[in-house]
Design a protein around this ligand. Structure first.
Ligand code: PLP
Length: 299
């Protein structure tokens, strides 16, 4: 293996040189790609539409920062809103950043309403929300936290409840609760799904208690379940949702989608990202969304 790379992954000793559709190629062998870059390459490798979008944009403009308007970002945001519950989008570069974005935005929402104590977020057992400090606090994998957090590996700002136990969840809601956050289908924690009843009751509880419902669709979103977002199977919608992975089909991009109501506290200066939503990433993601929202997805 390589002495210069941080050994934080348990890598398989395989180097792929190129890919095409569902196939990956080493120097001498061909592999069927079952992992799709961990739920990323939603249109396969070397998809012609994505190559074209990337090439066209690469010749025009890569990056300007969010100091200026970015028309590719505006088009992508509209496309995501037109196809979901959302009215507003914040762009970032990864799933962990998107989930961090959720945490900040829901806290700021309550803060802006004058509810300064509403900072706590209810999360589930077996949850995975990324590897930032906030992400590992929201997630439940002990190995991900070991050595990284303060006293007693604390869940500071998060309360954990069991999957499908809505009565227990209800008991945990109090005047410090800002939101309930979960993956509509848990990925890293096992392919765990929830009953329709769970979705409906949690939605009802959120409404009743004026707290927000947040979905992490980083892994379950972008047509992985046959609908663009997996929440769309359940007849309810969240107030805020994170996306990444399949959104760029392999180009790094993340997003937080939210309603106008939830966006209220996010004034200029409250949040940001240097690379988030740049021209290159948004052009590719726009091509992905145009493709996966078509009836017949091309190869
Ligand atoms: C549900 C969920 N949220 C967040 C993340 C973190 O995404 P990223 O690795 O892009 O930071 C992942 C990654 O596997 C995920 O599955």
């Amino acid at each position: 293996m390589n002495n210069y790379i941080l050994p934080n992954y348990n890598r398989i000793n395989l180097k792929f040189i190129y890919g095409n559709g569902s196939w990956l190629y080493t120097k001498n062998e061909k592999y069927l790609d079952f992992s799709s870059g961990i739920a990323v390459n939603c249109l396969g490798h070397a998809n012609q539409k994505l190559i074209k979008a990337l090439e066209l944009q690469a010749k025009k403009l890569w990056h300007t920062s969010n100091l200026y308007r970015i028309s590719e970002q505006e088009q992508l945001a509209k496309k995501l809103c037109d196809n979901s519950f959302a009215d507003k989008v914040f762009f970032c570069n990864s799933g962990a950043e998107a989930t961090d974005g959720i945490v900040k935005i829901v806290r700021k929402y309550h803060y802006a309403l004058g509810n300064k104590n509403r900072k706590n977020i209810i999360v589930l057992n077996n949850a995975f929300h990324g590897r930032t400090v906030t992400g590992i606090q929201a997630g439940s994998n002990k190995a991900h936290r070991e050595g990284f957090l303060g006293k007693k590996n604390c869940d500071c700002g998060f309360t954990r409840v069991s999957i499908n136990e809505v009565d227990f969840l209800e008991k945990k809601i109090d005047s410090s609760t800002a939101a309930v956050l979960f993956e509509p289908i848990q990925g890293e924690g096992g392919i765990n799904t929830f009953s329709y009843e769970f979705f409906k009751k949690v939605k009802r509880l959120c409404k009743k208690n004026n707290i927000l419902l947040a979905f992490d669709e980083v892994q379950s979103g972008i047509a992985r379940t046959g609908k663009l977002f997996s929440y769309q199977w359940y007849g309810i919608s969240p107030d805020i949702m994170s996306l990444a992975k399949g959104l760029g089909g392999g180009f790094p991009i993340g997003a937080v989608l939210m309603t106008n109501k939830v966006s209220k506290g996010m004034n200029p200066g409250t949040h940001g990202s240097t690379f988030g939503g740049n021209q290159l990433a948004c052009s590719v993601a726009l091509a992905v969304i145009k493709e996966v929202t078509k009836k017949n997805v091309s190869k």
